[in-house]
Design a protein around this ligand. Structure first.
Ligand code: PXL
Length: 305
């Protein structure tokens, strides 16, 4: 079975970061090993949340894992607490990355033009340098603007998004996916992929804001890639699943304000993944080169230090 290390906070109530990565990636048939970077009583939208940094646990966990000889097919990071966390994650890459490890960095530090409370420009800069170690990064428009040093615009057009992508190539990440892009009545992603192509995928905009939606997208994307789907299929699967979950959440009259009802859509995720894998397997049987072509887009040797 494939294995992913998920390194991010655990918010005990609120459905985000680890409490999304764990159920979603497990449902996709992948073992998840977690390093909780901090523990919050509830996510940061809840007034009065408590925060306890677990940074002192991170290195002992890593050292123990090293003695166990575990191998990670994927390493996923999301919301972290501080620059020290970033430094330890770099050590984690040094210790555990092999040629077949895919690194996904969700540079969670801002939205709607603003950096989240607790973070600052220096943190954003350090996350940008972490992106240099990643195969795939998934910033939203705010994070993309801040990391590229281009002022955030509320009324952006697609030329602006392409400029952000151009600038973000300087991070060194070969696959850059800008998420939550509003285009007229649609919402979606535009990506610059390692084969140099720009790929976009949009769906009708769903008017809602829930914490954890980005985490759902990134977890699903990572799971799909590690199960062997190509990057375009993985993006479509993750966007479709996120949209379905938002729709289903809004249909539920008793849904809460703080998180999405992914629990109700997990069977759909498994069905969609199963049929995408069946298509891949049929393709491989017809022409192994076809499947190779599909998977080539995430290949990149881990950058030497
Ligand atoms: O959804 C990202 C996220 C994860 N964890 C915590 C957060 C956020 C976004 O703000 O506050 C604690």
């Amino acid at each position: 079975m494939k294995r992913i290390a998920s390194i991010q906070d655990i918010s005990c109530i609120g459905k985000c970061s680890q409490t999304i990565a764990l159920p979603i990636i497990s449902a996709m048939g992948i073992e998840v090993s977690v390093i909780p970077t901090s523990i919050l009583s509830a996510h940061t939208m809840f007034p009065g949340f408590t925060y306890n940094d677990l940074i002192d646990e991170m290195k002992p966990i890593m050292k123990h894992w090293k003695t166990l000889n575990v191998h990670f097919d994927g390493i996923l990071t999301g919301y972290l607490g501080s620059i020290q966390h970033i430094r330890i994650i770099e050590e984690f890459y040094d210790m555990f990355t092999t040629d077949d490890t895919t690194i996904v960095v969700d540079p969670v530090f801002g939205d709607n033009g603003k950096i989240y409370t607790g973070f600052d420009d220096e943190y954003a800069n350090e996350i940008k340098s972490l992106c240099n170690r990643a195969h795939i990064i998934v910033p939203n428009v705010t994070e993309a603007a801040i990391m590229s040093g281009i002022p955030y615009e509320t009324d952006y057009d697609m030329t602006y998004i392409h400029e952000l992508l151009d600038k973000l190539t300087a991070t060194g990440a070969p696959n850059i996916i800008i998420t939550s892009i509003r285009r007229d009545n649609d919402n979606g992603i535009i990506a610059r992929l390692s084969d140099g192509e720009t790929f976009e995928y949009f769906r009708p905009h769903i008017d809602s804001v829930f914490h954890g939606t980005g985490d759902l997208f990134t977890s699903t994307l990572t799971g799909a890639l590690i199960r062997g789907l190509d990057i375009r299929t993985s993006i479509r699967l993750a966007v479709d699943y996120t949209a379905l979950t938002l729709e289903r959440t809004l249909q539920n009259n008793t849904h809460n304000w703080y998180g999405i009802d992914f629990e109700t859509t997990i069977p759909d995720l498994i069905n969609n993944l199963t049929s995408a894998l069946a298509t891949l397997s049929a393709l491989t049987q017809c022409d192994p080169r076809g499947a190779l072509l599909l998977t080539r887009t995430i290949s990149k040797k881990f950058p030497s230090k």
